[in-house]
Design a protein around this ligand. Structure first.
Ligand SMILES: NC(=O)c1ccc[n+]([C@@H]2O[C@H](COP(=O)([O-])OP(=O)(O)OC[C@H]3O[C@@H](n4cnc5c(N)ncnc54)[C@H](OP(=O)(O)O)[C@@H]3O)[C@@H](O)[C@H]2O)c1
Length: 172
């Protein structure tokens, strides 16, 4: 399964000045639950923000300029090579596309499921999640969390592509 995992605000902000511009205790719980034991693929700037491979999962950094190599961490020069590496070297593990904006944009058509944390906030930011066609997905709300800044864990599951039309020429 290729999943995409993101938290965004009502105005689709995912980041500002290289950081996530909100702090909500516990909000990253689902990220940890889903990605543990699996593969995360992230852009170089997102990796720089964290500064180390995440524990208990395999990290693939996408970069043409940097070369991070550590236990459970490699760098690939493109998203397609990152996915191919994961499929070959981490069989049976789910792949989670974990940002930032370029990875999300290129990864959206490839992802079977979008795991989105909808943050109930309008905030300024310089990095946005791309617009996408919501009619292609079924949306389920998995959990709603109240608090100073409420948020929802939502899953968008890609609808099956319509079967190719059969040749329906009628016999006479
Ligand atoms: N809210 C969330 O869920 C979430 C998740 C992740 C990140 N963020 C936020 O998003 C911001 C960072 O995102 P960003 O979009 O600025 O940067 P990014 O995607 O993390 O990193 C950009 C860099 O990654 C490499 N890269 C990305 N896509 C590539 C591709 N398709 N092919 C080859 N290389 C690619 C390039 O590295 P080189 O220049 O080295 O070639 C590019 O300069 C931060 O503010 C972060 O906090 C938020």
């Amino acid at each position: 399964m290729i999943g995409l995992i993101v938290a965004y605000t009502k105005n689709r902000v995912i980041g500002n000045k290289g950081q996530i511009p909100w702090r909500i205790k516990g909000e990253q719980r689902r990220f940890k639950e889903l990605t543990t034991g699996n593969v995360v693929i992230m852009g170089r700037r997102s990796y720089d923000e964290i500064g180390r491979p995440l524990p208990n999962r395999f990290t693939i950094v996408v970069s043409k300029t940097a070369h991070y190599e550590a236990e459970n961490c490699v760098t690939m020069p493109s998203l397609s090579e990152a996915i191919a590496y994961a499929e070959e070297n981490r069989p049976g593990e789910n792949i989670y596309l974990s940002g930032g904006a370029g990875i999300y944009k290129e990864g959206l058509p490839l992802a079977d499921k979008l795991f989105i944390t909808e943050i109930d906030l309008e905030i300024e930011g310089d990095t946005l999640f791309p617009e996408f066609d919501k009619s292609l997905y079924t949306r389920t709300v998995d959990e709603e969390v109240d608090g100073e800044i409420p948020y929802k864990y939502v899953t968008y599951t890609k609808k099956p592509a319509k079967a190719a039309r059969k040749n329906c020429s009628t016999k006479k």
